[in-house]
Design a protein around this ligand. Structure first.
Ligand SMILES: [Zn+2]
Ligand SMILES: [Zn+2]
Length: 425
């Protein structure tokens, strides 16, 4: 019986890996420029962590988690996102005693049982960052600026920042009453999700994608008009800091984010041409109540996460050049046993010197070896037989067009990279 990859998972094949690495490495570099350090967290956690940390009312927890009982009878869940696990680690490892803010980034796979579509998988990759221990808006602005630089370095020139404040529990409780009063007369005609949300979390109605509900939400009271004094000061400070660091923004009352734990700052980067993402490249926000919710001391935090699958798809769709896996530099094609022994020794020395070199592993004829080198897309090949061994001279062949240059074996060994560079591709 043929075994296939499970629905919603995919293999990232060698031809694609270079662009994945590029996206991940640029992210790590940009994070490092901002003082963020990498953290690696477990793939599965106690289910309760996500119930508390992602929120019982969210689609993620209600519908999408991969939950299983382990052999010890404990309920475990494959992480559906990264933040809860990072917060758990922050608490468990006493990071609250480190100098604030504690700034962490991660690069993880996450798991959600979702409808599979182009660019949306059940096992997917996320890049994300979190900063703990600072109430002020400067850390929010820095985090947002870090993302802006990432998009710039990835060649995404038209990423536009939208920011909003969803207030704190105090001003949001009052605002929720206003929202309930606004939606109540219309609720019978609204979608099932919204009918459930109006009692539990009316703010999320503003996020509804159903067209009629969306239109209703456009005229709803704006939380920005009802922020308490502290939240207003925070939001004003964020906008000032964004201006100071040169990050352009627009204010968007419709951004509420899907997760329950956000407070104050919420933001998204959008691009009209990122179609498969519904225009949203990445989003995040502040979550001042989360660390306490998960069992730590009250600690403010802010973060974001970004799906890598769709980001890469969109980059490719827009002809943004991403690196390909580079071809091998040099293929040594030996003829005869003595030459094969010599080639095996030379290829080892070349690799030690940093040359991407290979030689015959399968006892192929010379013709078959050169065909193999051609199929592999190797840049250069050199045939080594008895006469090459005795004269110490080989022909370096540029595979693209078959042009040859004479090179001494000793020069090839000590200076292959320079010789190949001078020869050109
Ligand atoms: Zn407030
Ligand atoms: Zn709705």
């Amino acid at each position: 019986m043929k075994i296939s990859a499970p629905k919603g998972t995919r293999d990232i094949l060698p031809a694609e890996v270079a662009r994945w690495r590029h996206a991940e490495q640029v992210f790590a570099q940009v994070c490092a420029l901002h003082g963020y350090e990498e953290i690696r967290i477990p793939t599965f956690e106690a289910t309760e962590l996500f119930q508390r940390g992602v929120g019982d009312t969210t689609d993620i927890v209600q519908k999408e988690m991969y939950t299983f009982e382990d052999k010890g009878g404990r309920s475990m869940t494959l992480r559906p996102e990264g933040t809860a696990g990072v917060v758990r680690s922050y608490i468990e490892n006493g990071m609250g005693s480190l100098p604030s803010p504690v700034r962490l980034f991660y690069n993880i796979t996450a798991f959600r049982y979702e409808n599979v579509q182009k660019g949306r998988y059940r096992e997917f990759h996320q890049l994300g960052a979190e900063a703990f221990g600072s109430n002020g808006p400067l850390v929010d602005a820095e985090l947002i600026g870090m993302l802006a630089l990432y998009f710039e370095r990835m060649g995404i020139q038209d990423a536009k920042l939208r920011v909003n404040s969803i207030g704190c529990p105090v001003c949001r409780a009052k605002y929720n009453q206003l929202l309930q009063a606004y939606f109540e007369p219309h609720i019978q005609g609204m979608c099932e999700d919204c009918r459930g949300r109006i009692g539990r979390n009316p703010l999320r109605i503003l996020d509804c994608k159903v067209e009629r509900d969306h239109a209703l939400a456009a005229d709803a009271p704006r939380l920005l008009d009802h922020l308490c004094a502290d939240c207003q000061t925070h939001f004003d400070g964020l906008l000032r800091a964004l201006v100071a660091q040169g990050t352009e923004y627009t204010i968007d009352n419709g951004i509420v984010r899907g997760l329950d734990y956000y407070t104050r700052t919420v933001f998204e980067f959008v691009s009209a041409s990122f179609q498969s993402l519904g225009g949203t490249i990445c989003g995040g926000g502040r979550y001042d109540g989360l660390v306490e919710e998960i069992g730590g001391a009250p600690t403010p935090g802010v973060g974001f996460a970004m799906g890598l699958e769709r980001l890469l798809l969109e980059l490719e769709a827009r002809d943004i050049v991403l690196p390909d896996t580079p071809p091998m530099d040099l293929y040594l094609a030996p003829m005869g046993d003595m030459a094969a022994t010599y080639a095996a020794s030379l290829v080892a020395r070349l690799r030690r010197a940093g040359v991407r070199a290979e030689t015959d592993l399968c006892g192929r004829s010379l013709k078959a070896q050169l065909k193999f080198a051609g199929k592999r897309g190797v840049r250069f090949a050199a045939v080594i037989g008895d006469s090459e061994l005795s004269t110490g001279q080989v022909k370096l062949r540029r595979m693209r067009d078959g042009t040859e240059e004479s090179v001494s074996l000793s020069e090839l060994e000590t200076d292959a990279t320079a010789r190949m560079a001078a020869f050109g591709d």
